[in-house]
Ligand binder design. Structure first.
Ligand SMILES: [Zn+2]
Length: 241
């Protein structure tokens, strides 16, 4: 049995002999590990279409291992591969997807991935702006994955609040509660609501105040670490604050 789907190439590794194993992200099933037989042999026409971060249309054969039966490039996002910082930013995005091995419909995640790759690939957007966009991506992606922080009401007493203490990965609590969290400004809470709701275009011309940016960087780093326990390449993205 075989089927056709769209996919993003997340990464590839050497498999047995001349074969390669690709991690593909598909809207129908999430991450699939798919083998390309004889990928390294001269004359293999498929491997040239499977560059990292490309959007492809693939034919996948089902078997004991899924294998690639056909590939066409839809968009190769080639600008991403011309710059080390962009590669690093794209790598930290991809790592989130590789980490998520839960199968099932991932259409919203697929669209989000397409958005961030398009933005990283867009040479009209300044490089510095792109690290901000990846940080926005992190919040949007984790919120889709069941980590939407509660930012309107206190997690403990349910009171409507607009500031207080931020509990990473969860939301905000009144500052008088004993539970640990770090004090955040009204500005940051407003800004986080904006990050979760606003459209990508709203971020391209956004100017972020220096103090707010520092606060956001700290909250982002804590958010990330509360979700992912293992040390991660993605933490690098917080060095670009
Ligand atoms: Zn409270």
């Amino acid at each position: 049995m075989s089927f056709k789907t769209k996919a993003f190439v997340l990464r590839s590794r050497v498999w047995r002999e001349a074969d390669r194993l690709y991690d593909l992200f598909t809207p129908e099933e999430g991450v699939l590990n798919v083998i390309l037989k004889s990928a390294a042999k001269p004359g293999n026409k498929l491997s040239g279409h499977l560059l990292p971060y490309s959007k492809v249309s693939v034919m996948i054969g089902r078997g004991r291992f899924d294998h690639l039966a056909g590939v066409e490039t839809i968009k190769d996002f080639k600008n991403i591969r011309t710059n080390l910082k962009l590669l690093s930013l794209a790598g930290s995005v991809v790592e989130l997807f590789i980490y998520d091995q839960e199968r099932g419909y991932k259409y919203r995640e697929f669209n989000l991935l397409e958005s961030i790759f398009s933005l990283l690939d867009n040479s009209d957007i300044e490089l510095d702006k792109k690290s901000i966009l990846v940080r926005v991506f992190l919040w949007k992606y984790l919120s889709l994955s069941g980590w939407q922080p509660q930012l309107n009401r206190c997690l403990i007493c349910n009171k409507d609040i607009s500031s207080g203490k931020y509990v990473s990965g969860r939301g905000i609590i009144c500052s008088e509660h004993q539970e640990s969290g770090f004090i955040v400004s009204d500005n940051l809470i407003d800004f986080l609501r904006f990050v979760l709701d606003a459209d990508w275009l709203d971020f391209i011309n956004l100017k972020i105040d220096k103090n707010l940016n520092r606060e956001w960087l700290k909250a982002s780093s804590m958010f990330y670490q509360s979700v992912f326990e293992r040390p991660s390449q993605s933490l690098k993205l917080f060095n670009y604050g």
